[in-house]
Design a protein around this ligand. Structure first.
Ligand SMILES: Nc1ncnc2c1ncn2[C@@H]1O[C@H](COP(=O)(O)OP(=O)(O)OP(=O)(O)O)[C@@H](O)[C@H]1O
Length: 262
């Protein structure tokens, strides 16, 4: 599914949180949003999901304005895994993932065997199939994150929005998740802090103070000069001889002077 935004923005009172974001994301693309803390990544994802009242600008899904769609129509197209998900403590892992099927159900189309298969497949994809009966409240942080991703997969969306999906995950599950989402036949937009992981995206958008200040391939966007200006780090590109890919080693710019002062 293609997602296009025009002059997307949002203000909290007098403070402009996201300003004038115009983007065109192609069907099947994996698009990473990067930027320092508070630069507006989560707010931009929420704007793309149509969750923010009084949004400025527009969002088009395959040329259809998001605002013209009903909640159910949006939920059949977009799944969103936010950073902090409120889920009732009384639910089991299976209940949470089954919630992903809600947009596809109605009084005449109740939950059926096909939905159960989709739920099982989603749990399998995140390695949680053996935990179906476990209570949500008893899960670890990383397990909760994987279950929320399974819920989003069970929704069978055409656009998947993920806000820092690798948070809480151990390194194996971080890499497995990024591989999983990049192989999905859907458009994926994800906010990431790990810039080496961001290198794996098809394209990156860089947020700074609410503005989209750069957009392009990882190699175009992640230059040592930009990383120094935006993230205040010295980024040294290193080459992995295993596959000739580029990795960055980071050093904090300004941290040395702070340490010397102490
Ligand atoms: N409802 C709100 N009212 C006031 N300020 C808000 C509101 N929501 C977000 N902000 C502010 O907007 C800015 C951007 O927040 P946002 O969560 O989008 O940033 P982010 O880039 O996702 O940050 P992080 O990397 O820390 O998760 C922050 O300074 C935040 O405090």
């Amino acid at each position: 599914m293609r997602l296009a935004t025009t002059a997307l923005g949002w203000a909290a009172g007098a403070r402009q949180i996201v300003s004038d974001v115009t983007l065109d994301i192609a069907p099947g693309e994996t698009f990473g949003l990067i930027g320092p803390n508070g630069s507006g990544k989560s707010t931009l994802l929420r704007l793309m999901a149509g969750l923010v009242p009084r949004a400025e600008g527009s969002v088009l899904l395959n040329d259809v304005p998001l605002v013209s769609l009903s909640r159910q129509e949006v939920a059949r197209r977009i799944a969103f895994v936010e950073q902090q998900v409120e889920t009732s403590d009384a639910l089991s892992v299976c209940d949470v993932v089954e919630l992903g099927r809600t947009p596809w159900l109605s009084a005449v189309v109740p939950f059926g065997p096909q939905d159960a298969d989709i739920v099982r497949e989603a749990l399998d994809a995140v390695g949680m199939a053996d935990r179906v009966a476990q209570g949500w409240s008893t899960l670890s942080g990383g397990e909760r994150q994987r279950v929320q991703i399974a819920r989003a997969l069970a929704q069978r969306p055409r656009l998947l929005l993920l806000d820092e999906p690798t948070n809480h995950l151990d390194i194996h599950h971080q890499l497995a998740l990024l591989r999983l989402v990049s192989r999905l036949p859907v458009t994926v937009i994800l906010a990431l802090h790990d810039l080496n992981q961001a290198m794996e995206c098809d394209r990156l958008g860089v947020m700074e103070s609410g503005h989209l200040i750069a957009c392009g391939s990882p190699a175009e966007v992640l230059t040592p000069e930009r990383l120094a200006a935006i993230f205040r780090v010295r980024a040294t590109p290193l080459r992995d001889p295993a596959d000739n890919s580029t990795l960055f080693r980071f050093q904090c710019l300004g941290c040395e002077t702070e340490r010397t002062r102490k």
